[in-house]
Design a protein around this ligand. Sequence first.
Ligand SMILES: NC(=O)c1ccc[n+]([C@@H]2O[C@H](COP(=O)([O-])OP(=O)(O)OC[C@H]3O[C@@H](n4cnc5c(N)ncnc54)[C@H](OP(=O)(O)O)[C@@H]3O)[C@@H](O)[C@H]2O)c1
Length: 327
Amino acid sequence: MKAIVQDRYGPPETLTLAELDTPVPAADEVLVRVEAAALNAYDWHAMRGDPRLARLTMGRSAPRARVRGRDFAGRVEAVGAGVRQVRPGDAVFGDLGEANGAFAEYVCVPETLVAAAPANLTAQQAAALPLAGVTALLGLRDVGQVEPGHRVLINGASGGVGTLAVQLAKALGATVTGVCSTRNVDLVRSLGADHVVDYTREDFARDARRHDVVLDLVGNRSLTALRRVLTPTGTLVLSGGGVYRGGSLVGPVWLIARGRLLAPFVRQRIATLAAAPGRQHLDTLRAHAEAGRLTPVIDRTYPLHEVPEAIRYLEGEHARAKVVISV
Ligand SMILES: NC(=O)c1ccc[n+]([C@@H]2O[C@H](COP(=O)([O-])OP(=O)(O)OC[C@H]3O[C@@H](n4cnc5c(N)ncnc54)[C@H](OP(=O)(O)O)[C@@H]3O)[C@@H](O)[C@H]2O)c1
């Protein structure tokens, strides 16, 4: 099978198209013929080994997982002897987590990490959902504890996570303010945002409105600025953020660490988000998609051999919504 592999950390040029043996599923795994994969900010972090601190878990000089990519959608080709809930021929989607491997024609994945793909979405749309959708879901519902009537501000509303977060926040009954640049104002409004702040013209931290939850997906503002637009008992959800600026030691971890240090001393909640893949969350995303409450927006689609080009575009910081790979 064809796959995008990497043997040392570095720029997109370190990614190459290789011919590998098609994997064989273990007893608890399913073999998926990948039809589409999606890019996430995680992919450029993993490709560059950035921030360097992350190499403690990802591998010292090269990523432990040789094939890049997490999000996929496709058809089940074969199942291991112990698999009970998935059958050959099923259309599925999922996030491979730290194991990676989605930028390939086939992937083996534990049964617990796949779910039936939303019936009303294409494979490209389904692949765009798992990591970004679970991040938005957990950030708003579980960490942010968003309730009907809450006011929610999303910094980075036009990105992969943000475009799904705007829709999920509306589905949870919130009044939503999205922050993005001029060219994305109409997009964010079309996703259901009640207010849109164009950060090239206005500073959202100076906004008079106060929010019950602020979901920060950019990591470009101070804790003071983010907390200024929260109610006295509101929740700030820090997800990470950061762009590639020639390499960093700790990257977005610094803002998160400062948030954790400050949290015990303030009335507002400062919480951090660590999205983990799993079937239960995928089932929730499918239910929202099939009910018409959640539709991924796809910015660009690239063929498998152009994954390096796709990641180059994504790490430029201004991709709009999701970038997808057709396999
Ligand atoms: N903690 C977790 O478990 C977890 C999981 C997934 C992702 N994340 C993190 O969440 C972040 C967002 O991920 P993503 O996939 O949405 O990234 P993304 O798609 O690469 O985000 C790109 C978006 O960022 C927006 N942006 C850039 N500068 C901005 C600014 N100054 N203010 C507001 N928006 C700005 C851009 O909008 P404009 O073009 O309009 O500027 C663009 O649409 C990443 O840093 C990622 O690492 C964390």
